[in-house]
Design a protein around this ligand. Sequence first.
Ligand code: GRF
Length: 208
Amino acid sequence: MNNPGPPDRGISPGFCFGVLGSGKGSNFRALAEAFRAGTLGCEPKIVLSDVERAGILDLSRSFDIPCLYVSPGPFQTKMSPEAEEEIIRLLREAQVDFVVLAGFMRVIKEPLLKAFPGRILNIHPSLLPAFRGLEAWRQALEAGVPEAGCSVHFVDSGVDTGKILGQSRVPVLPGDTAESLHERIQIAEYELYPRMVREFAQELRKEE
Ligand code: GRF
């Protein structure tokens, strides 16, 4: 049988991105599956995690995408300057065009923001600007809003404050628990994030 060759990368064969994640990596899985299916239009080139045993690293290996743990240093909510410099170095070495946060639980500081200006995306489980920060789905439930959702936005120096690229709405159903609502929001995320990443790569292509 002939070698099928690399997967069809869609409309922008040259573009690739790095992924930063701290958790189970289900959004990364959605991106990697879209890449594998040839519908992402760009390529996940490297996965970096601040959590040594994060599921996202196992997932990355299962997709044959290079991955590394980067020790975050002594702080809880941000990386040490050294860790951030190491992340920049690894992203540059991998020659990524942009960066995708997929459940990365630390605030991005100036060096990384400056290294990829306007080129860092995040997904957040609320209809921003509502419910920034942790457990946004629980915040939505407790506030009694009829509708929750998820947003893909550019990362700036604030927490979930950057310009919004796109959103998906998820109704809050009678009897919803924080868990059931979160589960449905995540399903919406798996459709939204690959679509937004593809569109972003398309925009980059237009700029070239
Ligand atoms: C997602 O719900 C995303 O909105 C938030 O962190 C979670 C990451 O989940 N930023 P996973 O690691 O992709 O499963």
